[in-house]
Each structure stands twice: as structure tokens, then as C-alpha cells.
Design a protein around this ligand. Structure first.
Ligand code: PRP
Length: 215
């Protein structure tokens, strides 16, 4: 059955988008337009496959997908958990691997053991709240920061932080360490719930092809 409807991808700007495009290319889906770094275009089209791609800020990707402005999205698991949008998570793409952790100075480990009312700084208040309140049953004060979260315990804003750890070098260089691991993270493909019903065949084909190339 021919289908003239475009399937639209929202990709998180930066490394995730680059890696996703590399994977798609391995499945035979290319988007030459996107390779032109000088271009100011926001939407890129693959006419042959009837696909459209756009780049968005990571945290906005699940929003575009939930509202159906994009059928498919690729974002980090951290963003997907934090945004908590009604979307289907269909595939772990295997790259961008890191961990969401509770981190701080070694001395703060005690505060976690005794369920004290501590201050937790994070760019991910939803994830931090869920972990402390629902999993650990520990009442804490969550302080939202927008970056360089490691500063929290160093300058005395918070006792610990909830943050992404990749190599661990940021923590190490700042005299901090991992105290508890919350969950593993990586890039995930998400799909709009209606699109999954309406375009099952095309979306399933893309998922199957991607599974074959992401090891
Ligand atoms: C992320 C994260 C850590 C760092 C972890 O920060 O928030 O700070 O990377 O990486 P590492 O374990 O390899 O050192 P990002 O670079 O995104 O900037 P931000 O601190 O401003 O959020």
C-alpha cells in the first residue's frame, strides 16, 4: 500500500543526533540535506522514503513526540524519564551510555544510610524526587539547578547531587564520587502513541532495521 504521509523524526541536537543519523545511514536512510553544516534550515526531507527530520533541544524531543508534531524521536533516557511524556519507548539505541547517580563527598554517604532530611541539587528534579521519595522513602529537599551541578556540594548549596556520570572525571576532579546508582542511561527511540497505531508497518520496519545495526 503506498503511503504519501511523511514520517517525522525529532532528534536531540548534538552528539545524539549525529549518532542517530550514522545509524540510520547504516540502514540505508540518508538525509544529505542535513550534512550541510552551513544550512540554516530547520527541517530536512528525504523525499524518496517520505521522511522528515528536525533537530530540537533534548528535553523538547518527548514533547514534540507526545503531541504528534514528530512521529518518532531520539533522546537520552535521562530526558525521557525527566519529561515523563506519554510516548512509547521502543528501542535502546545503545549509544550515549552513562549512569544517573547520587554523588557527593564520601562523608555524605552516611546521610543516605540514615535517611536524613538532606538537600539534593539536580538538573533532574523529577528523577531525583522519584528516587528519594518512591524508591528510598527518604524525605529530601530537591534544589533545581541548570548545569555544573557538581558545584552544589562544593559550595555548600546541597549535601549531594543527582547527576549523569559518564567517565566519572568531573566528579573525580572535584573531590566527589558516586554514592548510589539510580539507573543506566542511553539513547532511546520513542514513538507517538497514535502514529504507532496508524503507521505500524513503516515504524516497525525502521525499528527492525535499526535493531540490526545497533549492537
Ligand atoms: C554532564 C554531567 C556531568 C558530566 C559527567 O554535564 O552533568 O557534569 O557531564 O561526565 P563525566 O562523568 O564524563 O565527567 P555536561 O557536560 O552535560 O554539562 P553541565 O554540567 O552543564 O550539565
Amino acid at each position: 500500500m503506498s503511503n504519501d504521509r511523511y514520517l517525522t523524526f525529532a532528534l536531540a541536537k548534538g552528539r545524539l543526533a549525529e549518532k542517530t543519523l550514522e545509524l540510520l545511514e547504516k540502514t540505508g536512510i540518508t538525509c544529505e540535506e542535513m550534512k550541510d553544516k552551513g544550512s540554516r534550515k530547520l527541517i530536512f526531507v528525504n523525499e524518496e522514503r517520505k521522511l522528515k527530520f528536525f533537530l530540537a533541544k533534548g528535553p523538547d524531543v518527548p514533547t514534540y513526540v507526545e503531541y504528534g508534531a514528530a512521529d518518532i524521536g531520539v533522546a537520552g533516557k535521562d530526558t525521557i524519564l525527566e519529561e515523563n511524556r506519554r510516548v512509547y519507548e521502543v528501542l535502546d539505541l545503545g549509544f550515549g551510555q552513562c549512569r544517573m547517580c547520587v554523588c557527593g563527598p564520601a562523608a555524605a554517604g552516611e546521610l543516605l544510610l540514615h535517611h536524613e532530611r538532606i538537600r539534593v541539587a539536580s538538573k533532574y528534579p523529577v528523577i531525583a524526587r522519584d528516587y528519594f521519595y518512591n524508591k528510598k522513602h527518604q524525605t529530601v529537599d530537591i534544589i533545581k539547578l541548570n548545569g555544573s551541578v557538581e558545584l552544589g556540594p562544593i559550595v555548600g548549596l546541597s549535601d549531594v547531587i543527582v547527576d549523569i556520570v559518564e567517565t566519572g572525571s568531573t566528579l573525580k576532579e572535584n573531590g566527589l564520587g558516586v554514592l548510589e546508582e539510580i539507573c543506566p542511561l542511553s539513547a532511546r527511540m520513542i514513538v507517538n502513541q497514535v502514529s504507532m497505531q496508524m503507521e505500524t508497518e513503516r515504524i516497525r520496519e525502521i525499528i527492525t532495521q535499526l535493531k540490526e545495526v545497533c549492537v
